[in-house]
Design a protein around this ligand. Sequence first.
Ligand code: ZN
Ligand code: FE
Length: 253
Amino acid sequence: MVLQIDQFMCREDNFGVLIHDPKSGETALIDAPEERPILAAIERTGWKPTMILTTHHHQDHVEANLALKERFGLKIFGPKDSKIPGIDVELSEGSKFEFAGQPAEIIETPGHTADHICYYLPKSHVAFVADTLFAMGCGRLLEKPASVMFQSLKKLVALPAATTLYCGHEYTLANARFALTIDPTNSALKERAAKVEKLRADGKPTLPTTLAEELATNPFIRWHDPAIRKNLGMENATDAEVFAEIRKRKDNF
Ligand code: ZN
Ligand code: FE
């Protein structure tokens, strides 16, 4: 089955994403940041949502849950033991879950929040990683320490490199500028940063990305890289320590 995907902006810098199976008509909204642009996307695509797949409890990811549930009678899926408005089905790692007959894996990625989950559709080579991993960045550590986020990111980097990643925010330009301070000699990063400057100047989105592109340019998952370690003076540190240091520097950037 060929999955159709539509990404659009919500709020200041949030992404809304609709995924659609043309055969069954089944449509899922990945998070519900804001009602108006979501309704516009539904109108434009003609895809009537049957479910919301929630990644975490933050307001900018669940704000439209109840309004959309009321309007479309859709089902809301999300992380267990959380406070997702209108939730019908609680998911956790290993939950049996399908979208339009296609297996969808739930990956628990605590760090940004304790409840954060990602949705991976292996047959479509796509993962929805929301506020865990961004283009050249990663989510801020609001509810769990760096050591926990490090383990979460390790799960994502273990996915096939060709996986397309949809993220929760358009933070790419700021992330690129920071990444260059950590990994200034990385030519793939320099090239990408220049591309991103141009895209943003033209008002275009920089996402989705791919895991391969992140592995080449995202300092938050390049903890093993000798040049980064040298630059940080952390040649003999553990991967988790390198990650924690990069996260700390970004907080103060
Ligand atoms: Zn968030
Ligand atoms: Fe967010």
